[in-house]
Design a protein around this ligand. Structure first.
Ligand SMILES: Cc1cc2nc3c(=O)[nH]c(=O)nc-3n(C[C@H](O)[C@H](O)[C@H](O)COP(=O)(O)O)c2cc1C
Length: 210
């Protein structure tokens, strides 16, 4: 299927992307230059929930943050975050915005459309979560985690989410964007809207804005 999807709206500028099978290619992420690591560490902080920045990130910024969270950084089998036994990432990132819900595809640096629903007002238990223009939803991938002993799966999923969310914090700091880790979620709304398979579990949200 081919079509046109409006993925990002930044101020008056709307980027319209030609899609194939509802997969949207992101611009190449920033992978060098920019703020130094130690300055980003000094600046890492949660943006206040009650006064969260409501401006959209542009597609390149969103691409860079998703890449920081779980992008390929060494050929075909190396990622920005460590995964047990070097397996492919077993924590997925969904992006919820005003145009709908998308799944980040680290293989193709793209977004796959899941639905056109704007679920930002439904996913967080705290009402301020709705104001974030982008909400990243980190989900344990039941299929990927099935490689591990059952008693290790939850720990491995949260270890991945911890590394990914710290990378998101640092990339957001480097780009001058705001982010905040959110554990208080409406799990059933998320499961339904993301059409999650049995065994896929929402782990946390990262609000994003600038
Ligand atoms: C495991 C974890 C769960 C959190 N859950 C929430 C949450 O549900 N709602 C919220 O507003 N902030 C949440 N936060 C953000 C923390 O409140 C925030 O990180 C803390 O106040 C320290 O601020 P800092 O990140 O600026 O150092 C969470 C942070 C972590 C690490």
């Amino acid at each position: 299927m081919r079509g046109l999807v409006r993925v990002f709206t930044a101020g008056l500028l709307t980027l319209t992307v030609v899609v194939s099978v509802w997969a949207v290619e992101l611009p190449a992420p920033q992978t060098d230059g920019g703020m130094g690591l130690f300055e980003a560490l000094r600046k890492r902080a949660s943006a206040p929930g009650g006064d969260f920045p409501t401006g959209q990130l542009d597609p390149g910024e969103l691409s860079s943050i998703l890449w920081a969270a779980t992008g390929l950084n060494r050929g075909e089998k190396g990622w920005t975050v460590p995964m047990s036994m070097g397996l492919e990432p077993y924590c997925k990132i969904y992006v919820a915005g005003e145009s709908g819900i998308f799944l980040y595809d680290w293989r193709d640096n793209g977004l796959k459309e899941i639905s056109k629903e704007n679920i930002r007002a439904k996913v967080g238990a705290q009402s301020f979560v709705r104001v974030a223009p982008h909400i990243l939803i980190l989900v344990a991938d039941g299929e990927g985690l099935a490689e591990f002993e059952e008693h290790d799966r939850t720990a491995f999923a949260y270890a991945a989410a911890g590394a990914m969310t710290q990378d998101i914090y640092l990339a957001a700091a480097a780009l001058g964007a705001g982010t905040r880790y959110i554990h208080s979620m409406n799990l059933e709304e998320i499961r339904k809207a993301l059409k999650l398979e049995e065994g896929d579990d929402p782990l946390c949200l990262m609000m994003l804005g600038k």
